[in-house]
Write a protein that binds this ligand. Structure first.
Ligand code: UDX
Length: 460
């Protein structure tokens, strides 16, 4: 099957590798010339375990063809997968400008029947809008792209499409919702081993093509309508984010009563109705999906005259986790952070990625700077970008350099290498041995034995 993936990012790249690995021919459409040039050499621009090697091999074998050209990548495609970003807009709504731009561009190059499958996380009803955009582009194009019989069909999509002929070629298409549930850091594994494959379609033809595309992959198939598929994605992310906020609330209660949240989570998680995953207390959720998707669902609810109380509380608890950690530092340093040097270990929103979107570390930097603290950061992989919050931050090449002479240390990302550090030796070079472990990464007993005043989240 011929698949074109629009958007060579954190979702598009692993999808390209997995589909090409299954034997499909993949075009990968980008819109940044320098980036596509690198992709054509087999080099990727982001950190994701295992991805670089597989991508390089598949490009060399000609199984993935990165390109800037819609004219090359669209006409032959059986399925076009949209995997471009949908960042948060001004009011928390998903900003669909990249989706719509890609759709307008691809519509001009459709030839035979094509399924346009949305993998980007988009508001409920977007598949319908995409269908309208593509129809409008085709309707405004001269024959042979859209002859009169096709135009009659496009105005009345419920009638059967006209048969193709040389002079009056009908361009028929379907728009489907096919959300992606991969996690960064384990993107390839997740894409190859999905729990379920959600296919939101309005026609049997689109259903059959998408089932064929995913044929070799494991997981239950959920074939439904596009709106329900779009909603499944938001509801899943919002549920997981709420689960994390719930355990963080329990952690905060544990701090009050002297219980250990890791024990509580273990005891809860063994109930198969609850499950043990996503019960790790800490600084809360960050990243490219949970914050923007929970905000977007919140926005969708409001736009449909419903006030989502659980989502609102989940967002508030999440914001508070960052504030509570800064309050612990404040209390530990005598109620004044002015002029104090704080070493933050971890900038990425989670380990095994270089992605810093909405990372907890950025919120901490902002809150600490507000209180007059000097901030140093070390991350094994992630690097700062040009946003203002980083202007006065010192980025250090090693954890040792960050910790030396600091007044307190914070763990913001649970990179395994931080667990392996020689904390006894670090105790000797820090000015004040206070550590706030925002990810419950380290062992409290060992840290205290190594001479640290140790605070974590919901553990005595
Ligand atoms: C998430 C969803 O898991 C995935 O299905 C969707 O496609 C995209 O969004 P991702 O953002 O890559 O994936 O990472 P995930 O592992 O889900 O973690 C998200 C955030 O939650 C991270 O900041 C992580 O540190 C935090 N988290 C996760 C917790 O604080 N506790 C947990 O128990 C799990």
């Amino acid at each position: 099957m011929r698949v074109t993936i629009v958007g060579p990012g954190y979702v598009g790249l692993p999808s390209a590798v997995v589909f090409a690995g299954l034997g499909h021919h993949v075009f990968l459409l980008g819109n940044i010339p320098e980036q596509v040039e690198r992709l054509q050499k087999g080099e990727i621009h982001l950190h994701e375990p295992g991805l670089a090697e597989s991508f390089r091999d598949l490009v060399r074998e000609g199984k993935i063809v990165p390109t800037l050209s819609y004219a090359d990548a669209i006409p032959s495609a059986d399925v076009v997968v949209i995997a471009v970003g949908t960042p948060s807009g001004k009011y928390g709504e998903a900003d669909l400008r990249y989706v719509f731009a890609a759709v307008r561009d691809l519509a001009e190059h459709l030839s035979d029947y094509t399924v346009v499958a949305m993998k980007s996380t988009v508001p409920v009803g977007t598949a319908e809008k995409v269908r309208e955009i593509i129809s409008a582009v085709i309707l405004s194009s001269p024959p042979p792209l859209a002859g009169p019989r096709w135009k009659r069909w496009a105005k009345d999509l419920d009638s059967s499409p006209p048969k193709a002929d040389q002079n009056d070629r009908p361009i028929t298409f379907d728009v489907a919702s096919c959300p992606e549930f991969l996690r960064e850091g384990t993107a390839l594994f997740d894409t190859k081993n999905p729990d379920r494959i959600v296919i939101g379609v309005t026609s049997d033809k689109a259903r059959d093509l998408l089932l064929e595309l995913h044929q070799e992959l494991p997981g239950e198939r959920v074939v439904t309508d596009p709106k329900s598929a779009e909603c499944i994605k938001y509801a899943s992310n919002a549920f997981l984010a709420t689960k994390i906020s719930f355990i963080n609330e329990i952690a905060n209660i544990c701090e009050g009563v002297g219980a250990d949240v890791t024990e509580v989570a273990r005891g809860m998680g063994l109930d198969s109705r609850i499950g043990s995953k996503f019960l790790k207390a800490g600084l809360g959720w960050s990243g490219s999906c949970f914050p923007k998707d929970v905000r977007a669902l919140h926005h969708i609810a409001f736009s449909n005259n419903y006030e989502p109380q659980i989502l609102k509380a989940a967002i508030e608890v999440n914001n508070d986790q960052r504030r509570r950690l800064v309050a612990k530092l404040h209390a530990a340093l005598g109620g004044d952070l002015q002029g104090k040097t704080i070493a933050i270990l971890g900038l990425a929103f989670k380990p095994h990625t270089d992605d810093i979107r909405e990372s907890a570390a950025i919120d901490l930097i902002y809150l600490l700077q507000q209180k007059g603290a000097h901030v140093r950061v070390h991350d094994p992989v992630a690097r700062p970008d040009d946003r203002d919050v980083f202007k006065d931050v010192r980025f250090m090449d090693s954890a040792q350099d960050a910790v030396r002479d600091a007044d307190a240390v914070v763990i913001a990302t649970e990179w395994p290498e931080f667990k392996e550090l020689d904390w006894r030796a670090l105790r000797a070079i820090v000015r004040n041995p206070f550590i706030a472990d925002g990810r419950n990464l380290l062992d409290p007993k060992l840290m205290r034995a190594a001479g640290w005043k140790y605070a974590s989240v919901g553990r005595p």
